[in-house]
Design a protein around this ligand. Structure first.
Ligand code: HEC
Length: 158
């Protein structure tokens, strides 16, 4: 019977870990003990992209509980981005507050028309920052289809 040897794969894994170690040492600042590692800006933005999609479908479905939740998630992510990456243009961060507040107000009033209007303003805010940091090729728009088929967006239980 052939015995299963771990020797080679383990060496490969350790080698790979050492490589990862050097790469991260050279790159980002190391988190102190008990501190969480700093998220990459692109990861925060991908989270914002998810929130932007989910917010739209929650609002469209009139699931105001979920819409409130996603608005908070989006706001927190943008605040984290601004706090962690202070090179981001301050104006473009603070101008996001207005459409986010308008969305919150539309949600509180359960006003779908106002929600749609404020959502357009929010999306324009995403794009205006991307333009001002020379990333105008990252263009957000109102999502056409919902990629999150494993989540029910309709208003159900609270
Ligand atoms: C204050 C400026 C600013 C605002 C506001 C902003 N972004 Fe970004 N966004 C950036 C920057 C800078 C990057 C590039 C990040 C990187 O590559 O390190 C980026 C990248 C992205 C990316 C590409 C990420 C990837 O890896 O594919 C997406 C998607 C994105 N943003 C979505 C959004 C959405 C959605 C909003 C609005 C809800 C938004 N952004 C608002 C500055 C901003």
């Amino acid at each position: 019977m052939k015995t299963f040897s771990l020797a080679k794969p383990a060496a490969v894994v350790i080698g790979a870990m050492a490589l990862v170690g050097t790469v991260s040492l050279a790159g980002a600042q190391q988190p102190r003990e008990g501190e969480r590692p700093q998220p990459r800006l692109a990861d925060l933005m991908q989270g914002a992209q998810v929130g932007h999609i989910k917010l739209w479908f929650a609002g469209k479905a009139g699931n105001w509980g979920l819409a409130t939740y996603e608005t908070k998630q989006l706001k927190t992510r943008l605040e984290d981005a601004a706090a962690l990456y202070q090179s981001l243009p301050v104006n473009d961060v603070t101008t996001m507050a207005k459409p986010l507040d308008a969305i919150s107000a539309a949600i509180a009033a359960k006003d779908r028309r106002e929600f749609v209007r404020a959502y357009g303003e929010l999306t324009a805010g995403c794009n205006s920052c991307h333009q001002s940091v020379k990333l105008g090729f990252i263009r957000m728009q109102t999502p056409a289809a919902n990629p999150f088929s494993n989540q029910e967006f309709g208003a159900g239980k609270k």
